[in-house]
Design a protein around this ligand. Structure first.
Ligand SMILES: [Zn+2]
Length: 156
């Protein structure tokens, strides 16, 4: 187990910085479809800004779970994103009803991705409620992977 480097009191919650274009694309895909669908959030290597989005039409979805197609994503990462300085920042997905919080399954999956992507300190995981056309900004910090945090969404 990794030791905590800072006390929880010193951890501040970073905002989600996202381009208007990405928000528009999320609203016209995930937010416009029945739950659960999702997409991958992308941005420049070395930054937490979200400047790109890939709507994952091949994800395995039921009404209660969203599982990204990790084979396809790994391939796109290697061939299309990393060579152009673009890295994985997290994922956005929708929940049915009005449940705008990460599930236990979501957190298990995020923890696994944080273990694989050792350079990620923040996992960006907003939830969309299609019925309300609403996006709730949530981040998971590497140092407290069991405690997702609500944050602010800053559109640039
Ligand atoms: Zn979920």
């Amino acid at each position: 187990m990794q030791q905590l480097k800072k006390s929880s009191a010193s951890l501040s919650t970073p905002p989600i910085v996202m381009t208007r274009h990405v928000l528009c694309r999320i609203m016209s895909t995930v937010a416009a479809l029945p739950a659960e669908t999702g997409g991958i959030l992308l941005g420049p290597i070395g930054s937490d800004d979200v400047t790109g989005y890939f709507f994952d039409t091949t994800a395995q979805c039921t009404s209660v779970t969203y599982s990204p197609n990790h084979v396809l994503l790994r391939q796109k990462m290697k061939e299309e994103w990393l060579p152009y300085g673009i890295d994985f920042k997290g994922f956005v997905h929708s929940h049915p009803g009005t449940s705008a919080w990460l599930s236990g399954g979501d957190l298990t999956y995020i923890r696994r991705l944080l273990e694989i992507n050792t350079d990620m300190n923040v996992f960006i995981a907003p939830i969309v409620i299609p019925r309300q056309f609403r996006i709730r900004p949530i981040v998971v910090l590497r140092e407290q992977p069991d405690r997702p945090r609500e944050t602010v969404l800053r559109i640039v």
